[in-house]
Design a protein around this ligand. Structure first.
Ligand SMILES: Cc1cc2nc3c(=O)[nH]c(=O)nc-3n(C[C@H](O)[C@H](O)[C@H](O)COP(=O)(O)OP(=O)(O)OC[C@H]3O[C@@H](n4cnc5c(N)ncnc54)[C@H](O)[C@@H]3O)c2cc1C
Length: 480
């Protein structure tokens, strides 16, 4: 069976990326004296990792990538000092937030300096409809602060207890809340950010509104985000609901009927029955005999009746309906930890024999397509692919994304499956690829590269993560 082109392995050689490898690290450390420097090999190694281990391909490729030095600033002034030192010494510089990215986004391919932002954690200001925070503030901490004012974040990744706001902007896409508010790229969600350039002396650039697209999902290749202003919405005490259905098609139909604002939901996540045994604490609500498929949802209290009507109309039954404090008291996980890439995580925690693919379906979404794919795969490769779809909004329209679990049978088989899914008109956001372009974006973003010329004129930032910077990197997988 033909397979899609497998992205070539990355080069971990500094010279390949136009960078020096003869760096005098003792002199660098001296110039950074007084800052919070991390030098022990074990910590450097730990702070050079993210969740790339979801991919056996990346696990092999990134095993030896380790920072030479890690620095943890707590103010923008310290970031500027670090940026100037990086420019003077021509240091490869990789910014790291919580390190929860899935594709080795913050892994320093050629070593060098890792700038860890997690001490830049202050919530600076909260106003009606907006808040300003330092880049390394964790999203859950920001939520706790803004909740005090009756407001809430519009969206966050299911990793929000660890993930930082700038990591979400530079590495993420959307997440819990995207059912209501669309994705990060949608106008009005990101209001302003401050970016420090890597040159000597560093400049400070303020980006407003849609200008932020220049650094959004750019994997920290074009400037160091130091401060972010986010839009807020009125807080809702979401009810976490599980509804069970005998057939997967019913889950998809129900989620589609509830989406697009028809029912006020913050999360709508369809999960294949085969995941159930991995959701141990939920045995009473998502049966471990894999007899029922599940819809995990976060529903506004005043929409519970409408949600229940849709569930019943599609042949399902609500098996759990609790507020977050009630879930906590019952030691049950919130719905969002059963959704997005937490669904994959539940399985991988106990069985590393799986990996996954990210799928964007043609719009308008047709549940029949997933039903056909399920039937095809169950006929030819039973048990190899388990279904999981997220129902969101993007650019003002409904958007459905799959994070399908795949039994690992080697890279060739994974890319056969990619070709198979693409033949159905779907787009793969490849979680086994290291560059922005081979992952989700598919083409080099000229605006982001133009901004890189301004914010990282020496090409030091996160080398090897964009195909847009050097001619060697610009070659496509087919050329390689
Ligand atoms: C279980 C699980 C669930 C997930 N769910 C979601 C989800 O729902 N939605 C989603 O979008 N993602 C999701 N992710 C991916 C990831 O958790 C999020 O994108 C998260 O927001 C990344 O934040 P972080 O602080 O961990 O970033 P990191 O992983 O530390 O960094 C991500 C990227 O941002 C860059 N970066 C970090 N800080 C800065 C800065 N200050 N300036 C410039 N660049 C910077 C880094 O260089 C890197 O390229 C999930 C991952 C896992 C493991």
């Amino acid at each position: 069976m033909p397979h899609a082109p497998i992205p070539p392995p990355p080069s971990t050689d500094a010279a390949h990326h136009g960078l020096r490898s003869d760096i005098d690290w003792a002199a660098v450390a001296q110039e950074l004296h007084g800052l919070n420097l991390i030098t022990t090999p074990r910590q450097r190694r730990q702070l050079s990792r993210d969740f790339y281990w979801y991919s056996p391909i990346l696990t092999e490729q990134l095993a030896d990538c380790t920072a030479d030095l890690v620095v943890r600033p707590s103010t923008e002034a310290e970031v500027r000092r670090i940026a100037a030192v990086a420019a003077r010494h021509r240091l490869p510089l990789t910014v790291r937030g919580g390190g929860t990215g899935n594709y080795g986004q913050c892994v320093p391919l050629v070593g060098g300096l890792v700038l860890d932002t997690t001490e830049m954690l202050r919530v600076l200001d909260i106003q009606s409809g907006r808040c300003t925070v330092q880049a390394g503030a964790r999203l859950h901490d920001i939520e706790l602060a803004v909740r005090e004012t009756g407001q809430a974040l519009r969206m966050w990744p299911s990793t929000w207890r660890v993930a930082t706001v700038a990591g979400f902007i530079a590495g993420g896409f959307g997440g819990v809340g995207s059912t209501t508010h669309g994705v990060l790229r949608d106008s009005g969600n990101l209001l302003r950010c401050r970016v420090v350039t890597v040159e000597d002396p560093p400049q400070l650039i303020e980006l407003h509104g849609d200008e932020i697209q220049q650094v959004h999902h750019a994997y920290g290749t074009n400037g160091i985000i130091t401060e972010v202003e986010l839009a807020l919405s009125p807080a809702v005490d979401w009810v976490h609901v599980i509804a069970l259905f005998p057939r997967y098609r019913q889950v998809l139909d129900c989620a589609q009927a509830c989406g697009g604002g028809a029912v006020h939901c913050f999360l709508l996540s369809a999960v294949d029955a085969r995941f159930a045994p991995y959701y141990a604490p939920l045995a009473a609500h998502f049966p471990h005999d894999a007899s029922r498929h599940a819809l995990f949802a976060m529903v506004a209290p005043d929409s519970l009746a409408a949600f229940g009507e849709q569930v019943a109309a599609h042949g399902g039954q609500v098996s759990l309906s609790m507020s977050e404090p009630e879930l906590e008291a019952a030691a049950l996980p919130p719905a969002y930890e059963c959704a997005y890439n937490h669904t994959t995580l539940q399985v991988l925690k106990s069985d590393r024999g799986y990996s996954y693919l990210q799928v964007a379906y043609p719009q308008p979404f047709e549940p029949a397509l997933v039903e056909r794919q399920m039937a095809r795969w169950e006929a030819h490769c039973p048990g190899e692919v388990w279904q999981h779809q997220e129902f969101a909004r993007m650019h003002g329209a409904d958007a459905t994304f799959g994070l399908v679990l795949v039994r690992w049978r080697g890279a060739e088989r994974m890319y056969e499956l990619v070709a198979d899914i693409e033949a159905d008109g779907c787009t793969i956001f490849d979680p086994h690829a290291l560059t922005i372009e081979d992952g989700g974006m598919k083409t080099i973003d000229g605006a982001q590269i133009a901004f890189k010329r301004r914010a990282d004129p020496l090409g030091l930032m996160n080398p090897g993560k964009t195909r847009g910077w050097t001619p060697a990197m610009a070659r496509t997988a087919e050329d390689a």
